[in-house]
Design a protein around this ligand. Structure first.
Ligand code: ZN
Length: 214
């Protein structure tokens, strides 16, 4: 069972400690360092240690992983990365998938395919992209799912519960609920992102439908 761990980012707290084992299989041999993008920071933060680093105003998280599991986690985390390019790509995937569903099951279906021309790239991207995003969510061993330096915390999802427990035990103070307060739902970015995406998707479908009619 995957575990969600909330971590306080505060230079007054002890630096993060990382278990010296693979987050997936637990091996302690041949470990390599993996770096995952956390997100953009507006100002260069106070000295935070423990696998946290800043390069060109982008913050990264570094942890150990074995070579066998490094590749899939690297690919999965890249697909799910919080960067403008990947946000755009994921948006294109979702819109493409909605168009693909409309074409496959909608009222006008495949008969309109030749008229669409270059627009056909979108549903194809959606059919490839959305399954790969689903794969990424399942395949990643360790992924930061939320990061906010101003509020001073991040959320990490661990695929393997024993590793998550090890991490919690090594970072009792930074993962304690006292140092990681919960946000009300309307202040969560994801809620608004989903709402915006739904509105845009519906608008796209109407636009697309009007194109097909002529
Ligand atoms: Zn491993």
């Amino acid at each position: 069972m995957p575990q969600i761990v909330r971590v306080a980012l505060d230079s007054n707290l002890p630096p993060l400690q990382w278990p010296a084992c693979c987050p997936e299989c637990g091996t302690t041999k041949m470990l390599e360092k993996m770096t995952t993008r956390l997100g953009h920071v507006k100002s260069v933060p106070p000295t935070l240690a423990g696998g946290l680093s800043v390069k060109n105003e982008v913050m990264y998280l570094t942890y150990f992983i074995c070579p066998d599991h490094a590749a899939e986690t690297r690919w999965a985390n890249r697909l799910l990365e919080k960067s403008p390019v990947m946000y755009l790509l994921r948006f294109i995937f979702y819109v493409g998938a909605i168009l693909a569903l409309a074409l496959l099951f909608g009222p006008r279906r495949l008969a309109n395919f030749p008229e669409l021309g270059a627009l056909l790239v979108l549903p194809v991207l959606g059919l490839v992209g959305v399954p790969s995003l689903i794969w990424a969510h399942m395949a990643t061993s360790l992924r930061p799912i939320y990061f906010d330096l101003e509020r001073g915390w991040m959320i990490i999802r661990f695929r393997q519960a024993p590793y998550a427990t090890k991490f919690r035990v090594m970072n009792l103070e930074t993962t304690s609920s006292v140092n990681t307060e919960e946000l009300p739902w309307f202040k969560r970015k994801l809620v608004w992102q989903l709402a915006l995406m739904t509105v845009l998707s519906v608008a796209m479908i109407y636009y697309f439908e009007s194109l097909v009619q002529f």
